[in-house]
Design a protein around this ligand. Structure first.
Ligand code: SAH
Ligand code: SF4
Ligand code: F3S
Length: 476
């Protein structure tokens, strides 16, 4: 994955993914085979949702296709975070439209569905802009996906954008482990939605209010993942550290949940993303001091180093408060790697404000980061602001910021050379005889190894560091 890019890609967001969710094809039962291809854009939450959708459709008799050409049903799971992300969706639908026309008179018509954040934000408008679409379903409706798909296959036009998050979570918890063969590292959504209303952001509108999944559901799902061979779990939430629940008669926050997850046999590593500075609490910081399985990596977006811009963005904290959190984390876990998100060119951002962003970056020393040009999103308060920053100024600031972040990332990676680290072997590497996994600080590490080692923790000495990955050799 490209880092520090201004494309659909980021911490919270990942590059577009052809979801091969690890479903084992259904065992040749009667009836014609139906196949589905899911194209996923946007953040890890969407990746997680695509996995759940494919599990539900498997119950409807679908198997996964490798591409749209081989599919009876194509779902585009979309992202609305920046303009470019939304545009990509319409060009993908345009390509599918051609395929649909080609197949119209064949015995294999194509059904097209749009899910995710563009579906939520644009709803019925999608049918107008893209008449080939049969189904539009928002992120909180996937518990009904089987029924919606059946209706769409029967020629109905289906639109579902209600917020029914409790139903979605309840049905996720019933997910069927039978046919799931997972990778050794998995995502687990614990919280969805956002009440923060940063003035630049669409997420509160597309994902709805903050809702935490009950602790018991999360622990059950984690146990099932562990039983299926998962060794590393990344807890997901738009504001994951706002997660709260009750358990054993007490109020729990994310730190308590992480402690309980660390006790599950088979789970060797825990991570969480994305956190908001104003939801950081001592229990989470203490969790990093106490839980060995909790990896020393914190993704904590700051967006800007200027207090004026932070206020205009409605972030509810200052640059100094952010630095205080980082200091607390590093005190608890001196080897903590910090990662962040940045937006340059928010309306009103002066050269002085931008310099404050460069300054906070110098102070924090990031291990990795994602940085973006501000993209005006319809319906957000930011879109109403004057003093817009010209595109060329945004581009120029972004390249200065990215040069500094890239330098810091390389310095962080180089600092690992010579160290002995544990890497969870996740998959075959790029070359024959090579495996690939992640360091405690989330860096990709390539090393010589055999596929039989996948799923186990391998002790390596780091021998080489590049801008976005490390090379290690096994330590006997
Ligand atoms: N909930 C997380 C971030 C979710 S969105 C948080 O509050 O930190 C992921 C990242 O996309 C944000 O951190 C921000 O850097 C970027 N982003 C969101 N809206 C944007 C916009 N309108 N223009 C540019 N970048 C944006
Ligand atoms: Fe968007 Fe802000 Fe909520 Fe993050 S906290 S999802 S940036 S509104
Ligand atoms: Fe994109 Fe929605 Fe995630 S807008 S970043 S897919 S929450």
């Amino acid at each position: 994955m490209e880092r520090n890019t201004d494309t659909v890609g980021g911490t919270f967001e990942v590059a577009e993914t052809d979801v091969s969710t690890g479903i084992v094809p259904a065992s040749g039962d009667a009836g014609p085979q139906k196949t589905v291809f899911i194209k996923t854009y946007g953040c890890q939450m969407n990746v997680y949702d695509s996995t759940r959708i494919s599990e539900s459709l498997e119950q409807e008799g679908y198997t996964l296709a490798d591409n749209a050409d081989d599919a009876d049903l194509v779902l585009v799971n979309t992202c609305h975070i920046r303009e470019k992300a939304a545009e990509k969706v319409y060009s993908a639908i345009g390509r599918l439209n051609k395929l649909k026309k080609k197949r119209a008179n064949s015995n294999r018509p194509l059904t097209i569905g749009v899910t995710g954040c563009v579906a939520q934000a644009e709803g019925r408008e999608i049918f107008r802009r893209a008449p080939s679409v049969d189904l539009v379903a928002g992120p909180q409706t996937y518990h009904d996906i089987g029924k919606m798909v059946r209706q769409a296959r029967n020629g109905e036009r289906v639109l579902h954008t209600e917020f029914e998050i409790a139903e979605k979570f309840a049905s996720l918890s019933k997910a069927h482990p039978t046919a799931i063969k997972r990778s050794v590292a998995a995502f687990l959504t614990v919280q969805e939605g956002c009440d923060k209303f940063c003035t630049f952001c669409v997420v509160p509108y597309t994902r709805g209010a903050e809702v935490s999944r009950p602790a018991s559901q999360i622990l059950d799902e984690a146990k099932r993942l562990a039983d299926a061979g998962v060794r590393e779990i990344t807890l997901l939430g738009q504001n994951v550290n706002a997660w709260h629940g009750t358990r054993d008669g007490g109020e729990w926050t994310l730190g308590d949940l992480l402690r309980a997850l660390a006790d599950i046999d088979g789970i060797e590593r825990l991570r969480y993303t994305t956190s908001h500075p104003i939801d950081m609490d001592m229990r989470l910081i203490e969790a990093h001091r106490e839980i060995g399985k909790l990896m020393p990596y914190l993704h904590l977006p700051v967006q800007s180093g200027s207090d004026l811009i932070l206020k205009a963005m409605n972030r509810h904290h200052t640059a100094a408060e952010y630095l205080g959190i980082i200091e607390g984390m590093r005190e608890a876990r001196p080897d903590m790697a910090i990662s962040g998100d940045f937006i340059v060119g928010f309306p009103g951002e002066t050269e002085e404000d931008f310099e404050a962003t460069m300054q906070i970056v110098r102070q924090v020393r990031y291990a990795s980061a994602f940085s973006f040009k501000y993209s005006e999103r319809p319906g957000t308060p930011g879109a109403e602001l004057d003093n817009k920053v010209p595109e060329e100024v945004k581009s120029e600031r972004l390249s200065r910021l990215q040069a500094l972040l890239n330098e810091q990332q390389l310095a962080f990676n180089r600092g690992c050379v010579g160290q002995e680290i544990d890497v969870l072997a996740e998959k075959p590497g790029g070359r024959e005889g090579q495996l690939s996994g992640r360091s405690p600080w989330l860096q990709v590490v390539n090393f010589e190894g055999d596929v039989s080692q996948i799923g186990s923790m391998v002790r390596l000495r780091v021998t080489h560091a590049g801008p976005s990955s490390l090379v290690g050799e096994p330590v006997s």
